[in-house]
Design a protein around this ligand. Structure first.
Ligand SMILES: Cc1cc2nc3c(=O)[nH]c(=O)nc-3n(C[C@H](O)[C@H](O)[C@H](O)COP(=O)(O)OP(=O)(O)OC[C@H]3O[C@@H](n4cnc5c(N)ncnc54)[C@H](O)[C@@H]3O)c2cc1C
Length: 415
C-alpha cells in the first residue's frame, strides 16, 4: 500500500500513509499513532523509514524564507534540494555543498547525515542552523544551533519526531567548474591521496579497485583568478567528453563537466534533477573512517578487489570534514568516505559486505545510516561516544516510543 523505496529493494510494510495538509493535522496524526515514521523521498536502501503508519510531509504548505542578515534560509522539511536550489537561485544565495543527487528531501538527507565531498566541507546536516519538529505527544518543538542537545537533534535518524521546517546556512551564490580525469594510476592515488582531494573544493574518486582509478571528478569554485591550463592530474588525463561515474552509462543524466562554469547547484551534484541518478538498478553501501587511516584502508579494500568486483558497479571515495553532531558518522574525525554502488543482488552484496565490514572493523568504520550494512546495535555502540546521550534525548522527546521502528531497535538502540 505504501509502495517501495527508490531502489525498489524494500517494500514498506506500513498499512497507512498519511498526507496531512496542515500542521494541526500532522500533530493529530502523530499523537494518535502507536508507531509512526516520516517518509522522505524514499532514497534510503533499508527499512530505516518504515513503521506501522507512515507520514509524508509533501502536502504540508510552507514558504522558503531567506534571511540575508542571518545568512540562513528556512524551508519546509520535505523540500528536495533541487527545488530548494531554484528558490535560492532567485534570491542570489547558495548552500555550501550538496550530495551526488538533488532528488533527496532535505529532512531525509539531514536525518541520515548525507554528505557530498570536500576536505573542508562538513556533511549536509552541518548546515542546519535550526529545526522545528512535532514530537510524539503532538507538541511543536523548535531548536536553534547552540541550544542544549541541538547537536543530538540534527542527525535524528527519524527517531525524535517529524521535522516540519529546517533552517540552513546560506552564502552568496557562486559558480563551479567540474572536470573529470581518466585513468589515475593506483599508486598515484595511494601515494598522493591528499593532493588528489586537494585538487578542488569537492573531489570524487571513482574506482573498481583495479590497476588504475577509473575517474577523478574535480569541482572547483570559480574565482576571479584566471582558469589554469588544463593539465593531467598526477598522470590522469582530462576527459574531452562528458562522463558518467559508471563507465558505459549515458552521461546525459550527469551535470555538465569539461570545465564549463555553471551554478553551484548544477555542478556540485553528479546527477541532474529530472533524470535518473546513478544507475537506477542498484544497492548502495558506504563506510566512514578516519582519513588518517586512508593508506591502510585503501590497501585493505584493494586486497578484496576479487571479492567486491563481481557485484560492484563502482566505488566512490570522498572526503568529509569532522563535525560535532552526535549521530553523525563524521563525528569528531576528518573522514574518508568509501562508497559502493552494487549490482542489485542482495545475497551477493551481503556476502561481499561481510568481508568488507570485517576488513574495515580495525578502523572503527561507521556505516552510512541510509545504505545497506550488516552491523547491529552492539557493533555500532562503541563507534558513537554520544550514543547514550542520543538514547536519553530519544526517551525525553519520544517517551512513548512512537518513532522507534525495527531498524532503530536493531541498529541503534538495543546494543
Ligand atoms: C541514487 C542515490 C544517490 C545517493 N547519493 C548520496 C550521496 O551522495 N551522499 C550521501 O551521503 N548519501 C547518498 N544517498 C543516500 C541518501 O542521501 C539517504 O538515504 C537519505 O536519507 C535519503 O533521503 P530521503 O529523503 O530519501 O529519506 P528517506 O529514505 O525517505 O528516509 C530516511 C530517514 O529520514 C527520516 N526522515 C525523512 N524525512 C523526515 C522528517 N521530515 N522528519 C523526521 N525524519 C525524517 C526517515 O524517517 C528515515 O529515518 C544516495 C541515495 C541514492 C538512492
Amino acid at each position: 500500500m505504501s509502495g517501495t523505496n527508490w531502489a525498489g529493494n524494500y517494500r514498506y510494510r506500513a498499512e497507512r500513509l498519511h498526507r496531512p495538509t496542515t500542521l494541526d493535522q500532522l500533530r493529530e496524526v502523530v499523537a494518535a499513532a502507536a508507531r509512526v515514521r516520516v517518509l522522505g523521498s524514499r532514497h534510503s536502501f533499508s527499512d530505516i523509514a518504515d513503521a506501522d503508519e507512515l507520514v509524508s510531509l509533501d502536502d504540508l504548505p510552507g514558504e522558503v524564507v531567506v534571511d540575508r542578515a542571518a545568512g540562513t534560509v528556512s524551508l519546509p522539511a520535505a523540500l528536495r534540494y533541487g527545488e530548494l536550489a531554484e528558490a535560492l537561485h532567485a534570491e542570489g544565495v547558495a548552500l555550501a555543498n550538496l550530495a551526488s543527487l538533488p532528488h533527496i528531501s532535505v529532512a531525509g538527507a539531514v536525518a541520515t547525515a548525507t554528505h557530498g565531498s570536500g576536505d573542508a566541507s562538513g556533511n549536509l546536516a552541518t548546515a542546519v542552523a535550526g529545526l522545528e519538529l512535532v514530537t510524539s505527544s503532538g507538541e511543536l518543538v523548535t531548536a536553534t544551533r547552540g541550544d542544549p542537545d541541538f547537536d543530538g537533534l540534527v542527525v535524528g535518524l527519524g527517531a525524535l519526531g517529524a521535522v516540519t521546517r529546517v533552517t540552513l546556512d546560506v552564502e552568496p551564490a557562486y559558480q563551479v567548474r567540474q572536470r573529470a580525469f581518466n585513468d589515475l594510476p593506483w599508486d598515484a592515488l595511494a601515494d598522493h591521496f591528499d593532493d588528489v582531494t586537494a585538487a578542488g573544493d569537492s573531489v570524487s574518486v571513482f574506482t573498481r579497485w583495479g590497476e588504475a582509478v577509473d575517474q577523478v571528478w574535480v569541482k572547483r569554485r570559480v574565482t576571479d583568478d584566471p582558469e589554469p591550463e588544463v593539465a593531467p592530474l598526477l598522470g590522469a588525463t582530462a576527459a574531452t567528453v562528458d562522463q558518467h561515474p559508471i563507465r558505459g552509462l549515458d552521461p546525459a543524466n550527469c551535470t555538465p563537466q569539461l570545465g564549463v562554469p555553471g551554478r553551484w547547484s548544477d555542478r556540485l551534484p553528479h546527477f541532474r534533477m529530472g533524470f535518473t541518478p546513478s544507475s537506477g538498478e542498484e544497492l548502495q553501501s558506504e563506510f566512514f573512517v578516519d582519513r588518517h587511516d586512508t593508506p591502510a584502508v585503501l590497501e585493505a579494500l584493494r586486497a578484496l578487489a576479487d571479492v567486491v568486483r563481481p557485484v560492484l558497479q563502482v566505488s566512490e571515495l570522498r572526503t568529509v570534514a569532522a563535525d560535532n553532531l552526535w549521530m553523525s558518522p563524521h563525528y569528531g574525525r576528518d573522514t574518508l568516505a568509501v562508497h559502493f554502488t552494487w549490482h542489485p543482488d542482495r545475497a551477493a552484496v551481503d556476502r561481499a559486505l561481510e568481508q568488507v565490514e570485517a576488513a574495515l572493523a580495525p578502523f572503527a568504520a561507521r556505516p552510512h545510516w541510509g545504505k545497506v550494512f550488516g552491523a547491529d546495535a552492539a557493533a555500532i555502540a562503541p563507534l558513537y561516544e554520544r550514543l547514550e546521550d542520543f538514547r536519553g534525548l530519544a526517551d525525553r522527546l519520544d517517551g512513548r516510543g512512537a518513532f522507534r521502528n525495527a531498524w532503530l531497535q536493531a541498529r541503534v538502540l538495543s546494543g
